[in-house]
Design a protein around this ligand. Structure first.
Ligand SMILES: Nc1ncnc2c1ncn2[C@@H]1O[C@H](COP(=O)(O)OP(=O)(O)OP(=O)(O)O)[C@@H](O)[C@H]1O
Length: 494
């Protein structure tokens, strides 16, 4: 027997008959036959009320399935012949901001069975291929952002996760490196959780990947999806996966998120091997990110002010870059982007061993492979490599980046470029307009080495400070898993 796609109930406040209909893409709250629009204006006011069922009006009175968290029927009692149907959902505005809300209806006791079946139907549409009642390991960095991560999580995220009946295990990180230790050592992590949620900036996901790679079965460990609730000062991971840094909107995306495979990279430096998931920088960007601590009092503008100061002073970062370039011209990059964008590569099916993949190109201490292109530069201004499009909510630095195309996107800008053009590039970054600038290089690469020539400086890996020594990076296609709102990065593309 097919499950029912409509039921009739009554509004709690004024007992108006309402039909709840499961349409293709949304739940429609409509007046049941016999309703007269003079009787009670405002009857469906908790969603919004309509008196004439025009298409526009019906839409106002609907909840798209993605925004529905849960529905439940509280059975009638002997004294009361009516049961209560509650639907928890998110009100979502056009600017990708969400708030938790609930609507309730009274259901005749004799319709309880039908209503239970209707709820089953509703929840299967609300979750489609997303896991319901997700089991979540939530790692909260109490120092994330301005030290408000815990308060914000408790206020905005925890009630939504509870409303969606997620099963949540929260751990507060106690020191730098703690998140890494937790995921490295937790017994049965792969079986216990449907996702690891980093309630933090980008520092905790970086630690999580570097903890996962030390587990006994690396392939299985990297299948546990990682995601972020944006509670730090840099929340690029969330912006790429969700398209917003609104905490409730991001929480909704965790609840409804689906796993996607993503490329991860190994980085060797000194005698160590790390995992990097987001970016590597040396030069102006790293300098402004990590070298402006003395300007913290300025808040977020320290980055912009730092950048202006460095461009005006013509800052240079001498280094040698050796790189395996796959796509060199903008036309080639565009072609590669189009080709991979249209491939359905949600989950990688490639065979993975239980060890971290072998390094195809050796470490930073091995000779540079002969087919790599080497560039000696005494005047490099920006060296920035990314695996995701957004580096922050206002910097679409790598508009051609894709989750699993097998490439890193590399941007090089020389300090000999006229200052006016550098400013114009940096201004264009907000919307990715710099992509077509003839004053920068934009490559797709799959491995590289960079050797700084200066005595001291800054290297930023996923936004974290690393030693100022040479490092080498190579990509592992589809090694990692993230939890994504729609199955792809939330960026406009090129
Ligand atoms: N309890 C703790 N005490 C000190 N450091 C911690 C603690 N928990 C996590 N950390 C470290 O804090 C660093 C920054 O974390 P995160 O990215 O979450 O926040 P953020 O506000 O974006 O940080 P930042 O402003 O430094 O970029 C990470 O390197 C992480 O290891």
């Amino acid at each position: 027997m097919p499950l029912p796609d409509s039921i009739v109930g009554y509004t709690q406040a004024d007992r108006v008959r309402v039909r709840l209909v499961l349409e293709d893409r949304f739940l429609l709250l409509d007046h049941a036959p016999g309703y007269s629009d003079q009787t009670s204006a405002g009857c469906l006011s908790s969603i919004s009320c309509v008196s004439a069922p025009s298409t526009h009006a019906l839409r106002q009175n609907s909840i798209v399935y993605f925004n529905i968290l849960w529905a439940e029927l509280l059975p009638s009692t002997l004294q009361n012949q009516l049961s209560v149907l509650t639907i928890d959902y998110c009100k979502v505005k056009n600017d990708k901001k969400a708030t938790l809300d609930r609507v309730s209806f009274l259901i005749d006791a004799q319709n309880e069975r039908t209503c239970e079946d209707w709820i089953d139907n509703l929840l299967s549409k609300a979750y489609r291929n997303a896991v319901r009642n997700k089991r979540l390991l939530v790692l909260i960095n109490p120092f994330g952002g301005q030290g408000t991560a815990m308060t914000r999580y408790m206020r905005d995220s925890a009630p939504m996760l509870a409303a969606a009946r997620c099963r949540v295990y929260e751990i507060e990180t106690k020191y730098k490196g703690h998140a890494s230790e937790i995921v490295e050592n937790m017994e049965g992590l792969e079986q216990k959780y449907d996702a690891i949620v980093c309630c933090s900036g980008d520092g905790i996901p970086h630690e999580v990947f570097n903890g996962l790679c030390k587990r006994t079965n690396v392939a299985a460990a990297f299948k546990v999806p990682v995601c972020q609730l944006p509670c730090g000062s840099g929340n690029a991971l969330c912006h790429n996966l969700v398209g917003s840094n609104d905490l409730p909107f991001a929480t909704l995306s965790v609840i409804k998120g689906i796993p996607i495979s993503v490329d991860l990279c190994s980085l060797t430096q000194d005698n160590k091997r790390y995992i990097t998931f987001l970016s590597q920088a040396l030069g102006m960007i790293a300098d402004c990110d990590l070298g402006t601590e003395n300007m913290r009092w300025m808040g977020e503008s320290r980055f912009t002010v730092g950048l202006i100061m460095r461009v005006l002073s013509g800052a240079k970062y001498p280094c040698r870059v050796s790189v395996r370039i796959s796509h060199e011209s903008r036309t080639q990059v565009r072609q590669a982007y189009q080709e991979h964008k249209n491939k359905d590569e949600h989950m990688s099916t490639s065979e993975q061993s239980d060890q971290l993949p072998e390094l195809k190109y050796g470490t930073v201490h091995d000779p540079v492979p002969e087919d790599w292109k080497s560039i000696d530069s005494s005047s490099l201004a920006v060296f920035y490599v990314g695996k995701m499009p957004w580096m922050s909510s206002d910097a679409l630095f790598f508009p051609a980046a894709l989750p699993r195309d097998g490439y890193l996107d590399m941007v090089l800008i020389d300090s000999s470029v006229p200052k006016k053009e550098i400013f114009s590039i940096l201004l264009g970054v907000a919307e990715g307009k710099h992509f077509d600038s003839k004053y920068l290089h934009y490559y797709k690469v799959d491995a590289y080495r960079i050797e700084p020539k200066a005595q001291s400086g800054y290297i930023s890996i996923d936004g974290e400070s690393f030693n100022f020594t040479p490092f080498q990076v190579e990509l592992h296609p589809g090694l990692g898993t993230l939890l994504s709102r729609t199955g792809e990065f939330q960026a406009p593309g090129i």
